[in-house]
Design a protein around this ligand. Sequence first.
Ligand SMILES: Cc1cc2nc3c(=O)[nH]c(=O)nc-3n(C[C@H](O)[C@H](O)[C@H](O)COP(=O)(O)OP(=O)(O)OC[C@H]3O[C@@H](n4cnc5c(N)ncnc54)[C@H](O)[C@@H]3O)c2cc1C
Ligand code: FES
Length: 281
Amino acid sequence: MIDLTPRRLLLEESYEDGEDSRHFRLRIEAPTAADLAVVPGQFFVLAVPGGGEAPFTYVSLPNAAGQFSALIRRCGALTAALFERASGSVLGYRGPFGKGWPLFLHPQQVLLVAGGCGLAPLAGLLDEASAHRLPARLSVIYGARHAATQVLGRERQRWRQAVPFIETFDAPAPGQRQGLPCAYLDELFPGQPPDALLCCGPEALMLASAEECMRRGMAPSRIWLSIERRMHCADGLCGHCYVGASYACRDGPTYRYDRYLHLLAQQAGQGSAVLPPRSCT
Ligand SMILES: Cc1cc2nc3c(=O)[nH]c(=O)nc-3n(C[C@H](O)[C@H](O)[C@H](O)COP(=O)(O)OP(=O)(O)OC[C@H]3O[C@@H](n4cnc5c(N)ncnc54)[C@H](O)[C@@H]3O)c2cc1C
Ligand code: FES
């Protein structure tokens, strides 16, 4: 039987990390084996007592003590209530849920394209690469509206030392790169595309990045996206998160691009409205 009762989660500390965004260090009070086996790209459901529940990505993955972190942007009632909570507050936790990013077991070039707080679901992979625990070689292009909207400031300082890391802006300050992240593909990969692409951010950014890589010869089966849907149960019970015949909470939120397009076509064929993936940029 699926248990939807939240478990106890402690808010250890939080700090500002981008416009309207806070970085939360959290601790699962009694972590299970599943909590300790989380892979980058999976998500959990956070309950704020009196404020409701919503899904969020793991930024750092739970350690043996159950500690992990999340990057959360204030946008509605639950996140506003969370931002009011002091260190030591007791929250609720369900998870882990969903499918994470693919494992790249062979040495290959993998490009990560992120927009705004779409960098959060890719953080776990970047930490693995920085600690030399991934055979794949990662490169990043990270787009934001302007510098104040960038997130994961402390992590970016670390990642810049470990992997090629390009930052682009819609409204750059002097000396910063302007434009869409995919405009800088050739700077990292002149002549031929990387072996694989992982994207997270606004729909337009993900589609443009996928198109640019395919134009350079990448197969759609080498591209993965992380999408957002309205979720309630997060465990395949309520149907709020349908994408075609798939549940984004269980079969996603990461989808291979060719499968995702097929699911969208299937959904359009069924006549149901396609809720566009939303990003918090
Ligand atoms: C798998 C997954 C991972 C996520 N990870 C993160 C994360 O790491 N950090 C983060 O800040 N946010 C993340 N989100 C988004 C987060 O769950 C929502 O923003 C959440 O609803 C905020 O709750 P709220 O009550 O503060 O705002 P709400 O009142 O629920 O929402 C505010 C506004 O955003 C709209 N909205 C909220 N969620 C969605 C959605 N999924 N699709 C379309 N419109 C929506 C609402 O209609 C409303 O207009 C994730 C969502 C999913 C599905
Ligand atoms: S959120 Fe309930 S089925 Fe996915």
